[in-house]
Design a protein around this ligand. Structure first.
Ligand code: BG6
Length: 487
């Protein structure tokens, strides 16, 4: 792969926040180390705190040491990286400090400018407005918006409308970091480059699909944010729906960003709205109580800073897609904090064989084929097939075996989703970012569920921290005669 010039000024607003230190700086460091950032590119952190350039560099260094894998950090690489680091203090509330940024950026007026807004969305409009006033938006500018992009359709429309006053839609990159994960992109490769799966990928052969994103961590440390959003807004409306789109979409006519996004949009528009009469049987929400996670006792959601909350830390939903391909194939999706283990997977469950010739001879019960696409903790793709047990037994005995479809281990470091996405913004490739109409269609589907939950039409269940969620989630899928893929 050619490592193109990629010369830019990367302006990181909110650059002293948790995401910036945990994910964005490590991603930029790796891009620099691997030669994907032009030598003269600058990474300009913009934040409210008062810091000298030197103190900022020291802070970045300490955070890199904290968050990078041990083997990635070397003094020599950091020395190359720190030459790119700049710091500008700006108070987002009263737009003070932009003159310094103006001076710095205008040293290279023609350069591509990536404005990465890793701040609360309440500052988006003010930052864009200030950039406009100081004439810092050029035809080579792009803006990256971190989620949450609103709490519902109307607040999301408000945020987007504001940003669109200053940037054109094709300059806006709405990030969903799940789309930057290698295995998630591999869903496209699997579906559209392997003839084998093409005839199988529909209601003719698929019984149902499960999408699980389970985390072992709780909401501690970011309670204020989390309690406002909950599992539905934080995970389902974006990450899980994007995964669902990639599984369910029709083949796009090319890999062009808009061709891809047109097809994802069609899926989002085909999601069957969940009516009030079905909300209690099609959705589950729950909060974790005290328990033990990874061998350690942990507090319940309501045992810490808050004592009362109507925010779910777990959500499970039966989703139906009203189109020809998926008629009668439910998608069961769920996501939760403080679950038994970190495990994210998509399970494509194929239909039962029309007839088993093995049953008659008592050989075994045939297990239905499954394709398991695992995103976390390890990335892998497995096809579960039936196979003969070797040997001379009188009746043929079968067992389930795994066909692993993993790329050969190249011993190369696996890049993080943010590396891929930041590099795509630098290269001006919006394919893996969400278009406005996608975000809005996702909210259109999610809003009635959130509203029904806020009106307590679905009881808030409890689950013990460190388990697979509430029993209601098992019932959600069991009522259709199915079960989760929890071994
Ligand atoms: C973020 C959510 O978007 O994704 C977090 O805000 C969540 O609550 C995180 O923990 C999960 O990302 P990953 O890549 O660790 O699965």
């Amino acid at each position: 792969m050619s490592k193109t010039n990629n010369l830019c000024d990367f302006i990181l607003f909110g650059g002293h926040g948790d995401l910036a230190f945990r994910k964005l700086m490590p991603a930029l460091y790796h891009l620099c180390k691997d030669g994907y950032l032009a030598e003269d590119s600058r990474i300009i952190t913009v934040s409210r705190a008062k810091f000298s350039a030197q103190k900022h560099k020291e802070l970045v260094k300490n955070k890199l040491i904290e968050f990078l894998p041990k083997e990635s950090y070397t003094q020599e690489d950091f020395q190359r990286f720190e030459k790119k680091l700049y710091y500008v203090q700006v108070d987002f509330l009263n737009s003070k400090g932009y003159e310094t940024l103006e001076k710095l950026l205008n040293e290279y007026e023609k350069r591509d400018r990536i404005n990465y807004l890793s701040t609360s969305p309440k500052f988006f409009a003010g930052i864009c407005q200030a950039l406009k006033e100081y004439k810092l938006i050029t035809s080579n500018s792009r803006v990256v918006l971190e989620k949450p992009l609103g709490k519902d359709l109307s607040s999301s429309q408000e945020i987007n409308k504001k940003v669109l006053e200053f940037f054109k839609e094709d300059q806006i990159y709405r990030i969903d970091h799940y789309l930057g994960k290698d295995t998630v992109q591999n869903i496209m490769a699997l579906r559209f480059s392997n003839r084998l799966f093409v005839p199988l990928w529909s209601s003719n052969h698929i019984d149902h699909i499960q999408i699980t994103v389970a985390e072992s961590v709780g909401a501690e440390g970011r309670w204020e944010y989390y309690n406002e959003y909950g599992a539905m807004r934080d995970m389902i409306q974006n990450h899980l729906l994007q995964l669902l789109c990639l599984i369910a979409m029709e083949p796009p006519c090319s890999l062009d960003a808009n061709d891809m996004r047109d097809e994802k949009l069609k899926v989002l528009k085909s999601l069957r709205p969940i009516s009030r009469s079905e909300i209690a049987s099609s959705t589950v929400r729950a909060q974790y109580t005290a328990g033990s996670s990874m061998g350690e006792s942990v507090l319940g959601y309501l045992d810490g800073e808050i004592k009362q909350s109507n925010t779910e830390t777990f959500a499970a939903i039966r989703v139906d897609i009203d189109n020809w391909r998926w008629n009668g194939v439910p998608f069961y999706i769920r996501s939760g904090k403080r679950m038994q283990k970190r495990n994210s997977e998509v399970v494509i469950q194929f239909k039962t064989m029309p007839h088993s010739i093995f049953a008659e001879n008592n050989c075994c019960t045939l297990l239905d084929n499954k394709l398991v696409i695992r995103l976390q903790p390890q990335e892998s793709i497995e096809l579960r097939l039936m196979n003969k047990i070797p040997g001379l037994s009188e009746t043929m005995q079968l067992q389930e075996v795994n066909l692993e479809l993993n790329a050969p281990d190249t011993h190369k470091r696996k890049s993080d989703a943010y590396e891929r996405l930041i590099l795509d913004v630098i290269r001006a490739n919006p394919t893996l970012f969400m278009r406005l109409d996608e975000v809005e269609a996702a909210w259109r589907w999610a809003d009635p569920i959130i509203e029904a939950w806020e009106n307590n039409l679905v009881p808030m269940k409890k689950y013990t921290a460190g388990t697979d969620g509430p029993t209601a989630s098992i019932q959600l899928i069991a009522q259709d005669g199915r079960s989760w893929n929890d071994e």
